[in-house]
Design a protein around this ligand. Sequence first.
Ligand code: V47
Length: 370
Amino acid sequence: MEEQLITAAGLGDILDKIKNSERLDPADALRLYETDNILALGFLANIVRERKNGDKAYFIYNQHINYSNICTNLCKFCAFGKEKGAEQAYEMSIDEIRRKVEERLDEPITEIHMVGGLHPDLPFSYYIEALKVIKKVRPEVHIQAFTCVEIAHLAEINGKSVHDTLLELQKAGLGSIPGGGAEVFSPRIRALTCEKKLSGEDWLKVAGIAHRLGIKTNATMLYGHIETSEERVEHLAALRQVQDETGGFMTFIPLAFHPRNTEMSDLSRTSGIDDLKNIAVARCFLDNFPHIKAYWVMIGEKLAQIALSFGADDMDGTVKEELITHMAGAETGQMLTSNKLVALIKEAGRVPVERDTLYKELRRYQDDCR
Ligand code: V47
């Protein structure tokens, strides 16, 4: 039945490749982006998803801390970053970061996800102290912090190489690196939307250096603004190439552009179809990525649930206090309880698995109904 659907969609040759675990080439990915048969695409992605992760759908008990929104890059797609001195600009002191962690000590949080803007004058010691204070209050927690863009900035203010800076951050408590700042690697897109930001090439270099030090990272792509399908595919191909070399990426997270309060607010929000497409194409093309995340904060919990049948095997986590997407108009809640995540996953016909940051299974909700 499904095979007929796929053949009718003109994707029979891609089905054969996927069945034989053959790598898709960029032209295949482009055809997948251009298909209007979302069910055929979903079926293809689901083959890869179930081959890699079976029926499991992961989530994590995490806490987000956005230590400062002051940023020198001021990207056109971002509503979070503010100039120093602007009305909504803020920066947390080390004590405030400590309090944020202390406030939630009664919750079984396993990961703290910490990112911020490129601050013009916080010294390198601030970032070291931030990591140390989190570890002091919550020694067992895994800190996933500072995007590759922030890492390059930290190396600059530290006056040392990315390699040596990462070693210092690791010693202070850095566990892994989140996937932000990748945006779309295309120089055309960067020139039009985030001209001051680290180049795509350099983002990939920082990720590679981290991987070679044994520091795992995530990868993202910000889609749904002015990028073309070709530019999306080039982005995915660049990630796949680095992953072939290092194996250090854990998960790929397509990020749906939210236009409100940004300099690109004339654009519409992404459609559900485009959200599912980005997940499904990534799952088919990124054959060397173990996981694809449907980030519920950006696409909503309902679509994230459906995405679990369109290639995604992870819904991210409990989150709480997310600012980057909410400042750009996200209508999703600020947090989900772990019970809610479990219920959403079960209802989608998958087996909920609470994981740690590095995808170690902490608890499988197979038969119990908690
Ligand atoms: O780098 C900025 C994006 C990213 C907007 O690694 C926007 O597990 C949508 O990377 N609309 C930060 N997106 C968030 C991020 C992330 C989130 C969750 C999990 C992980 C992970 C990483 O958010 C930025 C940028 O690409 N962003 N502005 C916007 N208006």
